[in-house]
Design a protein around this ligand. Structure first.
Ligand code: SF4
Length: 371
């Protein structure tokens, strides 16, 4: 029996956030048809491949907390009958404040969900307004209270930094509040302004101004330091956790382990093959769930991905064969204080993290130079 993690995409949201360019739709009347299509896809996959052992499951979105409890239960019934989900599997559901109900969480608990990831993004109403989020502070505290009442003590809050008009003190305040509410894990990503989003238009029209790269970097440095002071250790460039509370599912991606994705636009990677489902909701629901994009990853591409993903992690590059190949190119970086040895692994130093992209390009060029 081989191992693969499972991702299930629920691409529906009450409304589009101002910065969002993910695959998500506001046609929530279609969730029922979508759930049926999802279950068909899960059943078909489990019938056509050897039985898989699943160490982690992640139900992401979109806003999975828009599912009705019975829809969630049906999805888990299909997953559990098709796959061997580990007894101690990490099972996460993403949820957005303002959409989380007690009945949903109770159903999630019954399905074996043991981790919640909440899209909080910021604590300050002004910033939530800029981001076009549907929730305000009250919904965040109510959701956190519900999690605690129902015994979900392993939960993450997604936060954003580098927002127009955001100060470092405001970011610290958001972190403080999440800690007080009980978050054991914090993800903190810089805002990326995507062409075609509402926020893109707001910035172009001069309504808001983005932070400069230097301001964003400065905020990042202060944030990582502050997280450490509060006991959240950095295990990935944008992810922080109390000891042993790292997200095991995301580590699967960063360590290039196999995963299978179900749902509209979901991606899968098994061995040297990667494929993606259609991003058209209508096609997906009508059964065109065949992988619409497929690629075979060459050994060199796999090595380059390993470099890029491993350097995001505090554990660094652990693949001994790869480290041997890279040695002539990593030596100047360790000598220059950009990389350091940690046991048998090689990772970025704090200085190296600031120039991660350049280091990745340099190591890729090194790999390309090896015939
Ligand atoms: S909740 Fe997430 S997926 Fe949905 S619109 Fe907002 S950013 Fe996009």
């Amino acid at each position: 029996m081989s191992d693969a993690s499972v991702y299930v995409h629920i691409p529906f949201c009450k409304s589009r956030c101002a910065y969002c360019d993910f695959t998500s739709f506001t046609s929530i009347g279609m969730i029922s048809d979508y759930t049926s299509a999802l279950i068909r896809e899960i059943k078909k996959a489990s019938e056509t491949q050897s039985r898989l052992r699943v160490p982690t499951v992640f139900i992401g979105g979109g806003t999975p907390s828009l599912l009705l409890p019975e829809q969630l239960i049906q999805i888990f019934e299909a997953l559990r009958s098709g796959f061997e989900i580990d007894e101690n599997a990490e099972i996460t559901i993403e949820a957005n404040p303002g959409t989380l109900s007690e009945s949903f969480l109770k159903a999630a608990k019954d399905c074996g969900v043991n981790r919640i990831s909440m899209g909080v993004q910021a604590w300050q109403p002004r910033l939530l307004e800029i981001l076009g989020r549907i929730h305000r502070q009250k919904e965040v505290t109510e959701s956190a209270d519900l999690l605690s009442k129902l015994g979900f003590d392993n939960w993450n809050a997604d936060l954003m930094m580098g927002l127009p008009t955001q100060t470092t003190d405001e970011l610290f305040e958001s972190i403080d509040v999440m800690k007080t509410l009980g978050a054991k894990h914090l993800s903190c990503y810089s805002l990326i302004l995507e062409d075609g989003t509402r926020l893109f238009g707001d910035v172009r029209s001069g309504k808001y101004r983005m932070q400069t790269d230097e301001q964003d970097r400065e905020m990042y440095r202060s944030m990582t330091e502050y997280m450490g002071k509060l006991g959240y250790h950095q295990y990935e460039i944008s992810n922080f956790a109390y000891p042993d509370m790292e997200c095991r599912h995301n580590l699967i991606y960063w360590r290039r382990k196999p995963y299978i994705g179900f749902g509209c636009a979901a991606a899968s990677q098994v061995g040297n093959r990667r494929y993606k489902n259609t991003a058209s909701l209508a096609d997906y629901i009508s059964g065109v769930s065949a992988h619409c994009e497929e690629e075979t990853i060459s050994v060199r591409e796999a090595e380059k991905e390993t470099v890029m993903l491993s350097l995001r992690l505090r554990e660094g590059i652990t693949d001994e064969k790869l480290l041997k190949k890279l040695a002539p190119y990593t030596k100047p970086l360790t000598d220059g204080g950009f990389m350091e040895h940690s046991g048998k692994a090689l990772r970025l130093t704090k200085t190296g993290m600031d120039v991660m992209d350049e280091i990745i390009v340099r190591l890729w060029e090194g790999l390309d130079a090896i015939s």
